[in-house]
Design a protein around this ligand. Structure first.
Ligand code: ZN
Length: 72
């Protein structure tokens, strides 16, 4: 599915207004504060802003929650 050109991101997102999955239009990649990537764009049908968080790896790996000591 490589078409060349990396300026636009054709990603699927869920439109809350259409209540359906849509291909995000005018998607641009954004880096969130926590270092994760996300795609911000618009719904092709209604123009609602869609935001898709990518499962990209953050700079710092998430620390697994430490299980509480079994005290009983
Ligand atoms: Zn929509």
């Amino acid at each position: 599915m490589v078409r060349g050109g990396r300026e636009k991101f054709m990603a699927e997102g869920y439109c809350v207004k259409c209540k359906a999955k849509k291909e995000i239009t005018d998607g641009v990649e954004e880096i969130m504060k926590n270092g994760r990537k996300a795609i911000k764009g618009k719904c092709p049908t209604c123009g609602t802003v869609m935001f898709k968080i990518l499962g990209g790896k953050a700079v710092t790996p998430p620390t697994p929650p430490t299980p509480p000591p079994a005290a009983s």
